[in-house]
Design a protein around this ligand. Sequence first.
Ligand SMILES: *Cc1c(COP(=O)(O)O)cnc(C)c1O
Length: 391
Amino acid sequence: MAPIHVQLAGRLGQLPPYLFAELDRLKRQVVARGVDVISLGIGDPDLPTPPHIIEALCRAAHDPANHQYPSYEGMVRFRQAVADWYAAHNPAIGLDPATEIVALIGSKEGIGHLPLAFVNPGDAVLCPTPGYPVYQAGTRFAHGEVVEIRLREEDHFLIDYSKIPQGILERARVLFINYPNNPTATCAPRGFYEETIEVARAFDIIVCHDAAYSEIYYDGKRPLSFLELPGAKEVGVEFHSLSKTYNMTGWRLGWVAGNAEVVAGLGKIKTNVDSGVFQAVQEAGITALTGDQACVAELRATYQKRRDVALAALARIGLEAVTPEAAFYVWVHCPAGSTAAEFAARVLQEAGVVITPGTGFGSGGEGYVRMTLTVRVDRLEEAIERIGKVV
Ligand SMILES: *Cc1c(COP(=O)(O)O)cnc(C)c1O
């Protein structure tokens, strides 16, 4: 029997090819030639989850009470652990676990679903470029209009609200911001958040701050949480995740916190499409958030060493880089005369090093490539030395 004619919905046709799938395909070709490829491509921590967190999962997995459907919004104790974690960072952040926090199956899940709750067809959603591709994908799935907001190096990769036309601000329902930023590895100062809150209030825009990297910072300078700002909870939410802080990308555990109506709206989508996070994973998350934080300090020290080695090596080979303030990326200028895609392809084919072309994060990434700090110091140095031979 002939198979039916399977046709993809139009919304899938609007998406750019998933960047990392493209890179993986090229990488397989180079690996097949026998090259010892070093990947500074995907943003996934190389180090294992700390053992005390794994042990908490194992214990909880044996408890039959955890084998049934969890509540969609997350266990009360998990949400309380999140509230306490914020309060430990800044006692001014008071969150009601019952109404202002919902557990997510990784923050990507919540970010991707949020526009379904608040965006009607044709509503504008402000998405920074360069930026995490999920903001745009989620917007398109909701038939919203993606308005790319350019982040420029001369503005320290912050949004310049004065450059956004009034008419667009009037049509905007949601604004995504992300500091510490992926891919630029820069942070936002208090004044930027204050201005963001002002704009959001003036135009009734829901602010979604993606704070996945808040605990991975350099030189002892801890980035602000959006929720530390007075008025933040009146205009938006913060997405957060255990993925980067505790090397738990595979576990799929995050949260959204802040404005109760926004949290409830996203929760309403979630009750209809998923059934929450495995409780044993939430138990492990509680252990991560409430246990000894020495593992986080250790992780920061590891990345600090790698960042310093990478910056020194990049300077030696004459590639200009934006000094990372946080997150585990280095945002590097392409050599004069080559586009991001050309440079990344040449580095992969001639140096056997995977780096990500800046355009994978939108048009605002042209002229840059992103390197990750998720490999050992010796491999990182070798990778950059190899790149030095082809530039
Ligand atoms: C890694 C990352 C996340 C977190 O993803 P999870 O789904 O929580 O694993 C969110 N935003 C950005 C920008 C990221 O790079």
